[in-house]
Write a protein that binds this ligand. Structure first.
Ligand code: SF4
Length: 233
């Protein structure tokens, strides 16, 4: 059962977080705020982004789209060429297989178009909750909050979701707290914040503008202080 006090606390914390993001990252997401229109390339890039770093995804996507940028041209490419192009993204054999097969399905079932229904997206090989959410948000204007690795980590550290929550549970909790019209931009701002400040390893808690409201950051600062005190004893 949801605790109303806990939810109100989270609402207030989210309000402060949204203001903080807008102030610090609002102008950074202006250029990319315009949603990407090529659903196929968004879909393929998101498949490539699975279990790898952003820079590897970018390198693999650029190399692949230089060879083929539509389902029709992708199915004509030899699988070996796809593998070579996307190698930087890791798990390249499985990803190449999925990309080729999903391209074939798009042609055969959807006339070469990416479907805009979540259930249909989830039936494509290599497409899970996160990938379908990214495609719906970026390409079809859905007000869903895509939960990638940065959004997942930051949300849990700030106490908007529980550590044990899966990405769908994190998404539901964020959507209960973020107004519909702000979801797409906020998700981009969280990605910037997660890459630069609330990093997976060594987050910059001591100088973070959210420290006062962050349960994880508070604990970490306390731990750092205790370790430092032990060292000088
Ligand atoms: Fe992330 Fe630390 Fe800031 Fe919390 S205080 S949001 S853990 S960087």
């Amino acid at each position: 059962m949801r605790s109303d006090t806990g939810f109100a606390e989270n609402e207030n914390r989210m309000l402060s977080f949204l203001k903080f993001l807008r102030k610090n990252y609002g102008d950074r997401t202006g250029a990319v705020h315009k949603r990407k229109s090529d659903a196929y390339q968004v879909l393929v890039s998101t498949v490539l982004s699975q279990r790898t770093k952003d820079e590897n995804t970018d390198r693999a996507s650029e190399a692949l789209f230089r060879l083929a940028g539509t389902p029709e041209s992708m199915v004509k490419l030899p699988t070996k060429s796809i593998e070579r192009a996307i190698r930087p993204s890791g798990f390249y054999r499985q990803k190449a297989k999925n990309i080729k097969l999903l391209s074939k399905i798009l042609i055969e079932k959807y006339g070469g178009k990416v479907p805009s229904s979540r259930d249909q997206l989830l039936e494509l090989p290599g497409v899970g909750w996160k990938t379908s959410a990214v495609v719906l948000s970026y390409s079809f204007g859905s007000d869903i909050v895509p939960v990638d690795t940065h959004v997942n980590r930051v949300s849990k550290r700030l106490g908007f979701a529980d550590e044990k929550d899966d990405v769908e549970e994190v998404r539901e909790k964020l959507e209960a707290l973020i107004p519909t019209s702000m979801r797409y931009k906020t998700h981009l701002e969280i990605i910037h914040f997660g890459r630069e400040v609330c990093r997976p390893i060594n987050p910059l808690c001591p100088t973070c503008g959210m420290l006062k409201l962050c349960p994880f950051g508070q604990k970490r600062i306390q731990l750092i202080g205790e370790r430092a005190r032990k060292l000088v004893r």
